[in-house]
Design a protein around this ligand. Structure first.
Ligand code: NAP
Length: 549
């Protein structure tokens, strides 16, 4: 680990930039800051790099964007030398990749691990950010970059009695750094989102008996994961640049070949063939089968019915199949799950699905989980209950901007950003994949790189022009907020209860905050903002106050 791993407390340093988080966003940001000749420090609460892939070590964790796509594209040699082994990489391999990148670009010497940022205050007089940590440090920096991820603030249900539980319990997003032994044990999993689906499949193979506590069934599409074909990878690598370029301008940052038809207008037999082909491709290919599946309810229903038939074909017990069939939301409006054998798992003798919609969990007891109808004795209880997504990690930082205004107060009615990159009142504070950008609707690595490159370009522009401060205009932020709202409401997402809309968190304002117009459209907007002299951003320096050049 880095020599900065444990820094002395209570001292002040001045830096050009502080980056919060050493996941893929913070790592690449550090690399770009160094290339600009800027001094930077990254604070990371874990004891290693990798962010999401550092924390989410639960059994079965793997990425559901394909490995050749879910990887950095900024360095040709890195891209060529790294060998992914499977179509969808397991968590351990992605974490190994993150560590490889940290070594290769000598990142660790500027990352301070095991350090949480507890406040981020803008000092109006010096125009610097003062960042304090749980180690008692305070650093001053011109720029502060939140690279905290969209899914890093894990949430536990507020059932009474957890402190009484005599067994072991875990949250998937805070998995311990040691193997958890399920052999012969009575295990319970609460939650059936992506983390619940993946851990269910893995835990069922080991546990004595597994109870899956399901409140809302979700749609899951087979991944058809397997070893990568080396010849196909070599062919891709021979032309990786073209593949990446297609990804950059594709709807979700993954180059699917679009089928221009409206699903509802396609004759049923042809549509069935298309869905079978998309199902056979697996993963997000399925929801890309027709471009209107996430915008037109009738079209969406045709895809949903196809998946519902598949569930009934796989799951032997009709009652269990019925319980596993989603019934309260259009397909894909809760984040799709991608699996290898999820529905099949419910045919196992050692797996029981418990419907906690009809008989809710009332409390955790010393012995296990008590629902309205029964008590389930357990040795291990796993909470796959998700995250305070997108805004949660930023709002936990204690950010206070110009004039003492906190980000939490400003965003009390939902986030306000320009392009998901900056927010008025927080000069020189940048977000990577912030609310108002495609973020969670896209291949995150591609969106991370796009934001980091954009921010680095902006800082370079400021260096050239002698500016030391940048912030959006109120008009630009208001107009972008309106665009995000309108584009979002042209889709089916806003009407579903989900972490996309914030309804999984008690008291959180309901808002669908990602930009849903697609990665390619968004990238072009960001490019045109730059071409128009950073339209909507206001730059200034201690010497000259100026509007965008
Ligand atoms: P999630 O999608 O928010 O799922 C949480 C689950 O817990 C839901 O089934 C939810 O039910 C249930 N739940 C929450 N609170 C509950 C309560 N009090 N009582 C009973 N059930 C409760 O969280 P996640 O599975 O961790 O996934 C979050 C996101 O992370 C994913 O959507 C995905 O974007 C990402 N992720 C990706 C991968 C991958 O790439 N393979 C893997 C894991 C996660 P309700 O629906 O009824 O609220």
């Amino acid at each position: 680990m880095s020599s900065m791993n444990r820094a002395p407390s209570s001292h002040r340093v001045a830096l050009d930039a502080v980056v919060i988080g050493a996941g893929f966003a913070g790592m690449y940001m550090l690399h770009r800051l160094r290339r600009l000749g800027l001094s930077a420090r990254v604070y990371e609460r874990g004891d290693g790099v990798g962010g999401t892939w550092y924390w989410n070590r639960y059994p079965g964790a793997r990425c559901d964007t394909e490995s050749v796509t879910y990887s950095y594209s900024f360095d040709g040699a890195l891209e060529q030398e790294w060998e992914w082994t499977e179509r969808y990489a397991p968590q351990s391999e992605i974490l190994a990749y993150a560590n490889h990148v940290a070594d290769r670009f000598d990142l660790r010497r500027d990352i301070q691990f095991e350090t949480s940022v507890i406040s981020v205050h803008y000092d109006d007089a010096s125009r610097l950010w003062r960042v304090t940590t749980d180690r008692g440090e305070e650093v001053a920096a011109r720029f502060c970059i939140g690279a905290v991820g969209c899914l890093s603030a894990s949430v536990l249900p507020d059932y009474p009695g957890l402190e009484d539980f005599q067994g072991e319990w875990y949250h998937t997003g805070r998995w311990p750094h040691r193997a958890v032994d399920f052999r012969g044990k009575r295990v319970g999993i609460v939650g059936t989102g992506s983390s619940g689906v993946q851990s269910t499949i893995a835990v069922a193979k080991e546990a004595g008996h597994l109870h899956v506590f399901q409140r809302t069934p979700n749609y899951s599409i087979p991944a058809w994961n397997g070893p990568l074909d080396r010849a196909a990878v070599s062919a891709l690598k021979a032309n990786y640049g073209a593949w990446r370029e297609r990804s950059r301008y594709a709807q979700i940052g993954i180059p699917f070949t679009p089928n221009g038809k409206q699903a509802k207008l396609v004759p049923p037999e042809e549509r069935e063939r298309d869905y079978e082909a998309a199902w056979a491709e697996g993963g997000f290919n399925f929801v890309m089968a027709y471009p209107d599946l996430l915008t037109d309810l009738e079209s969406n229903r045709t895809a949903a019915e196809f998946v519902e038939r598949k569930i009934r074909q796989v799951v032997k017990d009709p009652e269990v199949a019925k319980l596993l069939t989603p019934n309260d939301h259009p397909l894909g409006t809760k984040r799709l799950c991608v699996d290898t054998g999820y529905y099949e798992t419910f045919n196992r003798d050692n797996v029981t699905l418990v419907d906690i919609r009809s008989a809710p969990i009332e409390r955790i007891t010393a012995a296990g989980v008590k629902t309205r109808d029964a008590e389930y004795p357990l040795d291990v209880l796993i909470f796959a209950t998700g995250f305070d997504a997108i805004t949660g990690p930023l709002l936990k930082l204690g950010i206070v901007g110009r004039g003492g205004e906190s980000l939490n107060a400003k965003w009390a009615d939902g986030p306000h950003t320009y392009l998901g990159i900056q927010s008025v009142g927080f000069p020189n504070f940048f977000m990577i994949t912030g609310p108002g950008s495609p973020s969670v609707l896209s291949n995150m690595l591609m969106s991370i790189e796009q934001h980091v490159d954009w921010i680095a370009g902006c800082l370079e522009h400021m260096q050239r022009k002698g500016y030391d401060s940048v912030e959006p205009s109120r008009d630009a932020e208001r107009a972008w907020g309106q665009t995000v709202h309108e584009v979002g409401h042209g889709t089916l997402y806003p009407h579903t209860d989900s972490w996309y809309t914030g309804t999984n968190i008690a008291g959180k304002v309901r808002a669908f905050t990602p930009y849903a117009g697609g990665v390619g459209t968004y990238r072009r907007i960001c490019e045109s903002v730059v071409e128009r002299g950073y339209e909507g951003f206001e730059f200034s320096s201690t010497r000259v106050a100026a509007a965008a050049s």
